[in-house]
Design a protein around this ligand. Sequence first.
Ligand SMILES: *Cc1c(COP(=O)(O)O)cnc(C)c1O
Ligand code: SF4
Length: 315
Amino acid sequence: MIDWQSNLRQAIRNPVHLLELLELSNLEYSTNNSFNLLVPMGYVKRMRKGDPNDPLLRQILPLPKENQKSVQFNNDPVGDLAAEKIPGLLQKYHGRVLLLLTTACAIHCRYCFRQHSKFSNSQYQSILNNIKTDSSITEVILSGGDPLILPDNYLAKLINSIANISHVKRLRIHTRLPIVLPERVNSELLTCLTNSRFQPIIIVHVNHANEIDDKVKQALQSLIAAGITVLNQSVLLYGINDNITALTNLSETLFNCRVLPYYLHLLDRVQGASHFEVEESKAIQLLEQMRIQLPGYLVPKVVREVAGMPYKKPL
Ligand SMILES: *Cc1c(COP(=O)(O)O)cnc(C)c1O
Ligand code: SF4
């Protein structure tokens, strides 16, 4: 099996190539140079050939609609700039800080609320010093970009340094890599995640059950077998998962992998993503239907992030 780095280097960046593989050469796309197409081959293999509405394809193909300007959609929809304590360190909520150590990802999701963020790849020493001086911080969340794109030795050093700060009780990682590049979950990563005093929590990001194939299932199960708590967050996306069948399938497929749903986010209003928005009244209906059809533990919390609020606002 080829390693994850080679896999990532071979990811598709050319829309013409992607559409040829999917037998959709006549489909319209746009070129977006600041947030280009990026998708690993393994993820493309989960798409249906000849289907322009495939729920995985829709998440990654840049469409001409991205160039529509919408007044409520901007480059900082959830107030990240105002929440920055120092470069690379965000705090919005009590006790929890978010570390942004890279802007790189293994896939470019067209609805990503951080697609325009250009924070500097700061050295983590100043971030750690800041956490050390603030004993109210009990949870550190690695985010980005995708923190698991960082090499194992870097992650190991980082996690050790965080573990040396005694008031930090929990380590959490927000990542899409186990889903889009399951090869990333190798034994080196598992060692590095389980070698500290933390009981890590990983929040993956799946929006549609078709994203989970056998390799992804294995990757999730090896994280869980290593003692890591794995939860999922999704974004409610127009034409992708805004129907009750897609949402119940997603929860049930996650459960088959021993993963529980955590959040279903309403879209953050980021420039270029307005065509993904689902109306709030529709979201309320879908939540009601999920409550009727699913056991309570398979119903995600449906939330909207409101800049300045001290928690993610439930619907
Ligand atoms: C979402 C988020 C968190 C985590 O919030 P939880 O409700 O604890 O999952 C922490 N910090 C920031 C900046 C966030 O956006
Ligand atoms: S993987 Fe996450 S951070 Fe990266 S583009 Fe997708 S949604 Fe954004």
